[in-house]
Design a protein around this ligand. Structure first.
Ligand code: URA
Length: 189
């Protein structure tokens, strides 16, 4: 029986499959439209996300929402946002490979329900896990790769742009390229 996102979310709230569950306030399952053609995958919850149970609600999230709005996308209308890991890593460290490997099963279930046409990997962690283990954001950002009929693209993480605003224009070009790809494929958003 295929589950809907709410049923999956309820099961995920009780997950204790890795040690990250010990430090969490909330599971950050994901947010957005269940029928979205565009799915964004970040790294993992930070402090604000952990407290609110929502992805990308801190400073990074505000910048992400601005990029989305600039290309007629939003989590309220036509995008679904999730992370590689659903629980906050301590002190915002990178999620460990084994944590990602365990948590990716939840993401696979989300993919099955949402069936996105385009997946944007927001930052190195998800790009390396979902596109290519040696993915280099500075060299490969903005390129679309077909994986079994779904297009994957990696771009700069907004936190990296906040640290180094020189990357903002390059990142913006990636979001414009996404808009073009949506048009090219005739995806109705
Ligand atoms: N950074 C991420 O990668 N994901 C979030 O949800 C918040 C910050």
């Amino acid at each position: 029986m295929k589950m809907n996102l709410n049923e999956l979310k309820e099961r995920c709230q009780n997950c204790t499959k890795c040690g990250l569950c010990e430090g969490r306030t909330n599971v950050v399952f994901g947010y957005g439209k269940e029928d979205a053609d565009i799915m964004l995958i970040g790294e993992g919850p930070g402090e604000n996300e952990d407290l609110q149970g929502m992805p990308f609600v801190g400073r990074s999230g505000q910048l992400l929402d601005k990029f989305l709005a600039a290309v007629d996308l939003s989590r309220e209308k036509n995008v679904y946002i999730a992370n590689m890991v659903k629980c906050r890593p301590p002190k915002n460290r990178d999620p460990k490979p084994e944590e990602q490997e365990i948590c990716i099963n939840w993401l696979r279930e989300q993919f099955k329900v949402i069936r996105p046409k385009i997946v944007v990997c927001v930052g190195r962690i998800s790009a390396q896990k979902l596109i290519n283990p040696s993915f280099k954001v500075t060299q490969e950002h903005g390129q679309f790769i077909d994986k079994n009929g779904t297009l994957f693209m990696g771009t700069y993480h907004p936190a990296a742009i906040l640290r180094n605003p020189n990357n903002k224009e390059a990142a913006f070009q990636d979001w414009l390229a996404l808009r073009e790809k949506i048009k090219e494929l005739g995806i109705e958003i």
